[in-house]
Design a protein around this ligand. Structure first.
Ligand SMILES: *Cc1c(COP(=O)(O)O)cnc(C)c1O
Length: 397
């Protein structure tokens, strides 16, 4: 492009988002975002911030006062938990059964702490017996960190049991609920979880770039008792809470992403209008329909049924099929985005999201019909034309 040529406005294609996030964003959320920008210390904005905190407490099922959206994607919420709760020389037990557990380990090490890894197979849940053994072997550990919903593999772990074990050993928990919040039960107070973070663009179906976090009383106490200064200025909850909980005397810390927060507010309003239980049930039902379709087509779901995430379905790529070619064709012809396998599962699975607004019968049927057509065309050995009827029987039969 020459220097003098004007750049036209950008208009994204219309897609169906069925990958590992972002998910489809409802028109109500996009419209909320298009409202006028106001100052981030405007009284009207502060009222909205307080509502966002209350809505997040409801979504997380917690009474924690320190519940707020960090201005940054899920990775920022992850980092916020570790930089606030760890000091150099600490040790943390980190469960790794996929990509995101590996990132937690990286965060722990960058805080100058030691990560004691409890490893499980990719595709299997975190084994509570191994975690208990690690807690017994390392009584000085300061934290137990694990991923509730491993998006890289489509596996859920038993958050209630892992939090129970940590509490019994007097160890704080950091729980990644980026993919679980809004899709399956996240029960922060019932679990007794101490520091929990999520993301806006998965089952909340908001635009990307915000990370809801909640810290319980033991985590707040840990922050207040720090001997060293937090290595991060931006993510220091000692400073951030002056902005988010200062009432009328709110102190400027950074400029909140005002319009993105309108969007989060609206997406949470929509979630609670539907009802958390109803949203969990919808995700479960869409998953059953999609899984029935895949099975009818002859595609295997490698994760054991009890541990499958309804909102993120790992599907085995049939032998001899170029999985990237399938994804490219789904995008070109059907405007349908699905995810590739990551790390150890690259080339072996697709990851198909049914998150938030992308968990509807239309998404299920479109995905099954499009995959059926593309796989048949590429000569994959599937049972052609069975999948949509199988899903329909689950949904409406
Ligand atoms: C997506 C995801 C993250 C990272 O969130 P970003 O918004 O991409 O930074 C962290 N953990 C899990 C389990 C995720 O699925």
């Amino acid at each position: 492009m020459s220097r003098n040529e004007p750049v036209p406005s950008f208009h994204p294609p219309r897609r169906l988002l069925m990958g590992p996030g972002p998910s489809d964003v409802h028109a109500r959320v996009l419209a909320a975002m298009a409202q006028p920008t106001i100052g981030h210390l405007d009284p009207a904005f502060i009222t909205m911030m307080d509502e966002v905190k209350g809505l997040l407490q409801a979504a997380f099922r917690t009474a924690n006062a320190l519940t707020l959206p960090v201005s940054g994607p899920g990775s920022a919420g992850m980092e916020a938990c570790f930089v606030n709760l760890l000091e150099p020389g600490d040790t943390a037990i980190v469960c790794v059964n996929g990509v995101f557990g590996g990132r937690m380990k990286e965060n722990v090490e960058r805080c100058g702490a030691t990560a004691l890894v409890v490893a499980d197979e990719w595709g299997a849940p975190v084994d509570p017996a191994k975690v208990e053994a690690a807690l017994n072997a390392h009584p000085g550990a300061r934290l137990l960190a694990f991923v509730h919903a491993e998006t890289s593999t489509g596996v859920r772990s038993d958050a209630a049991e892992l939090c129970r074990l940590a509490r019994a050993h007097g160890v704080l928990t950091v729980v990644d609920t980026v993919t679980s919040l809004g899709g399956i039960p996240v029960l922060v107070d019932e679990w007794g979880a101490d520091a929990v973070y999520s993301g806006s663009q998965k089952c909340l179906s908001c635009v990307p770039g915000l990370s809801p976090v909640t810290f319980g009383p033991r985590a707040v106490e840990r922050i207040q008792g720090r001997k060293t200064r937090n290595q991060s200025w931006f993510l220091d909850f000692g400073l951030l809470t002056g902005y988010w909980t200062g009432g009328a005397k709110r102190a400027y810390h950074h400029t909140a992403p005002v319009n993105a927060l309108y969007a989060l507010h609206e997406s949470l309003v929509m979630l609670l209008e539907e009802g958390l239980e109803a949203a969990w049930e919808r995700h479960a039902r869409m998953h059953r329909a999609l899984a029935a379709g895949f099975e009818a087509m002859g595609l295997a779901l490698p994760v054991a049924a009890d541990w499958r995430l309804p909102q993120l379905n790992a599907v085995a790529v049939p032998a001899g099929v170029d999985e990237a070619r399938v994804r490219a064709r789904l995008l070109e012809r059907w405007n349908l985005e699905i995810g590739a396998g990551l790390g150890a599962l690259a080339g072996k699975v697709w990851r198909i999201g049914l998150m938030g607004q992308s968990a509807t019968p239309t998404h299920v049927a479109t995905c099954l019909a499009a995959l059926d057509a593309v796989l048949a065309e590429l000569g994959a050995p599937i049972a052609r034309g069975e999948a949509v009827a199988a899903a329909e029987a689950v949904l409406f039969g």
